[in-house]
Design a protein around this ligand. Structure first.
Ligand code: NAD
Length: 489
């Protein structure tokens, strides 16, 4: 598949920087190629922002802040709803663009588009509430004073996002930032900038004033690091690897700016002997192979209770072998390629290391012939808990299976990680499900449930997986300052 996937829509792609309401080239004219991971061919070139462009974008956002901040929540909500309708109207084109740039099957890309729509609609409803709830009186019994808490937009927000769910990650930050009254400089991943540039074009058509949303494409060190360091940026919201998140936090510390981090994971799915095995196989495959396993929430550690371990493993191996891997635009394809050459190198290295670790390979392993960054769904059993395979995030379609005896052992093994993003539990015993949900150190616990995520709830994890939370009211609060006002009664 190539750009023909998009030619039917007859709309040129946006490839320039969006600054102050206008599309423009980078100051020094540098450009970066964007690759189709299914074919390893160049889809387009986008502008590569440098220092001067970062300055211009932050200045445009700072300039637009006073105006956007003083709009009513209802007015901001109207813009967010228009963005949601614009995304809906371009659903097919946006999904195709995501598949082309990221490699995920079209059906998965369509789910992403629905998520974006739901997120903008949800934060529109919270923005409307700000007109009445933005100021809250505090009870001060026995005093002669009255006090209010005001929630005000934090200022210019820098949003730095990865390539695995480009539009969704962006929407989870952009919608609450705009709802709160912040202005934004968005830095998409250099690997998948095309979907966000189209989202930005839709946002401009929806009537966002110039400078409220600025999008600068470019590399992490040249754009992301500069945004994290910039004194006029009040808040940096970052999603990506724990290694880069640590850097962002250190850089942001120099100017004591607010930091939100959504980082890596090495999450578990725990399957008890009383589980519905068909459901367990579905949930394990979904948690391991959706988006070719390139999910921060991948439940790549499979803990299965001893009595059903052999049968579950046999069924899983069969599921993995039957999974249809191929062109994301072809009907029936269930898994596309990895998104980049660098990720392909990381995942194939992790698989080779896994084979040498003493773990038992039960499915996949060798990648198909290139071109395309395709990897087969891969399963290892009896994985040593001290191995890199068990401990490190792989970010590819690689499952590690271990058997356990007791509930306490499952909890201890699942929690024995630097990460704590999500967990899944499969059991018919409701009381055990409740105990496990309390005991697992994770920001989300799915009980007998696929990885559904609702904008009304929360997103983020324990330990080195996150700092703060996205989605729900927490996502909005991340872009607000709190101010108290006091006067004699
Ligand atoms: P990455 O950390 O390499 O890059 C993320 C973003 O940061 C990109 O836009 C990149 O250009 C930018 N960047 C790189 N160096 C930078 C620097 N020095 N300063 C500022 N910005 C910089 O991550 P990735 O490879 O794009 O994404 C994969 C990672 O993202 C995985 O670890 C995954 O778990 C994580 N992730 C987490 C969540 C979550 O919600 N917790 C969601 C999606 C992805």
């Amino acid at each position: 598949m190539n750009t023909a996937a998009l030619s039917q829509y007859d709309v040129p792609l946006h490839t320039q920087l969006l600054i102050g309401g206008s599309w423009s080239a980078s100051a020094d004219g540098r450009r970066l190629p964007v690759i189709n991971p299914s074919t390893e061919t160049v889809i387009a070139e986008v502008d590569a922002a440098g220092e001067a462009d970062v300055e211009r974008a932050v200045r445009a956002a700072a300039h637009a802040f006073e105006g956007w901040k003083s709009t009513t929540g209802a007015a901001r909500a109207a813009r967010l709803r228009s963005i949601a309708r614009g995304v809906e109207a371009q659903r097919e084109r946006l999904a195709a663009l995501q598949s082309l740039n990221n490699g995920k099957p079209l059906a998965e890309a369509d789910i992403d588009v629905s998520d974006v729509v739901a997120t903008f609609d949800y934060y529109a409803s919270l923005a409307e509430g700000l007109d009445t709830l933005g100021e809250t009186e505090v009870e001060l019994p026995g005093t002669d004073f009255r006090a209010w808490i005001r929630r005000e937009p934090a200022g210019v927000a820098a949003l730095i996002v990865p390539w695995n769910f480009p539009m969704v990650t962006t929407a989870w930050k952009l919608a609450p930032a705009l709802a709160a009254g912040c202005t934004v400089v968005l830095k998409p991943s250099e690997v998948t900038p095309l979907p966000e540039l189209e989202l930005a074009a839709i946002a401009m058509e929806a009537g966002l004033p110039p400078g409220v949303l600025n999008v600068i494409t470019g590399t992490g060190p040249e754009v992301g690091a500069r945004l994290a360091a910039h004194p006029s940026v009040a808040k940096v919201s970052f999603t990506g690897s724990t290694a880069v998140g640590t850097q962002v936090m250190k850089t942001a510390a120099e100017t004591i700016k607010g930091v939100g981090l959504e980082l890596g994971g090495k999450s578990s799915i725990v399957v008890f002997a009383d589980a519905d095995l068909d459901l367990a196989v579905d949930l394990i495959a979904g948690g391991g192979f959706f988006n070719a396993g390139q999910m921060c929430s991948a439940t790549s550690r499979v803990l299965v209770q001893q009595p059903i371990a052999a049968e579950l493993l046999a069924r899983l191996a069969q599921r993995a072998e039957n999974l249809v891997v191929g062109d994301p635009f072809a009907p029936g394809v269930q898994m596309g390629p990895l998104t980049s050459c660098a990720q392909y190198a990381r995942v194939t290295h992790a698989i080779a290391e896994g084979c040498a670790s003493g773990a038992r390979l039960v499915a996949g392993g060798t990648p198909p012939e290139r071109p395309g960054y395709f990897v087969r769904p891969t399963i290892f059993a009896d994985v040593p808990t001290e191995s890199a395979l068990w401990r490190d995030e792989i970010f590819g379609p690689v499952l590690c299976v271990r058997a356990f005896d007791t509930e306490a052992e499952a909890i201890a093994t699942a929690n024995d990680t630097q990460y704590g993003l999500v967990a899944t539990v499969v059991t018919r015993d409701a009381a055990r499900g409740t105990r496990m949900a309390a005991a697992l150190e994770a920001g989300v616990v799915w009980l007998n449930s696929p990885q559904v995520i609702f904008p009304q709830t929360s997103w983020g994890g324990y330990k080195q997986s996150s700092l703060g939370r996205e989605l729900g009211p927490f996502g909005l609060a991340a872009f607000q300052e709190i101010k108290q006002v006091v006067r004699p009664a």
